[in-house]
Write a protein that binds this ligand. Structure first.
Ligand code: CA2
Length: 145
């Protein structure tokens, strides 16, 4: 059976491609999810995509990943900068998590420079737009071997 990766997207990312294209590009979340599934298939891994605007639902998805997925690519959106609950959930499942952002959070407002995900992630990719998801899948496949 092939390994499986969860692509988990947080609040407001369902709006991608519809607003603020100068910050987040014109690619929709559906485009990104289709690309992730196709890229995963080309590497022989199965990819499942989930998006929620709710912090608790994201915690539930992280818990449910244990035993189902070999790793998680997480764009936690604004919860990145606030959520101890997501940090604790990641630490509790002991699955490899790659933190992902479309924009370069370090080149933006100071409040975006803090990440509660970074200390419990195996690495962070940011600033490469939707290409970052492809890079994260490559890195996860390499990591899980
Ligand atoms: O750069 C990223 O991927 C972010 O995770 C996006 C979050 C932001 O709060 C993080 O600091 C960085 C915001 C996602 C909002 O997405 C929108 C998409 C289209 C229109 C409006 C918002």
């Amino acid at each position: 059976m092939s390994a499986s990766i969860l692509i988990l997207n947080g609040p407001n990312l369902n709006l991608l491609g519809t607003r603020q294209p100068e910050v987040y590009g014109t690619t929709t979340l559906k485009d990104i999810e289709d690309m992730c599934e196709a890229h995963g298939a080309s590497l022989g891994v199965s990819v499942t995509c989930v998006q929620s605007n709710h912090e608790g639902a994201l915690v539930d998805a992280i818990h449910a990943a244990k035993g189902t997925h070999a790793g998680i690519v997480l764009n936690a959106g604004a919860y990145t900068h606030t959520s101890i609950a997501l940090m604790d959930a990641i630490a509790s499942v002991e699955l490899p998590v790659i933190e992902l952002h479309l924009s370069n959070i370090h080149a933006r407002e100071k409040f975006r420079h803090t990440s509660y995900i970074a200390p419990v992630a195996i690495g962070q990719i940011c600033g490469f737009g939707s290409l970052g998801y492809r890079m994260a899948i490559d890195a996860m496949v390499h990591h899980i071997g």
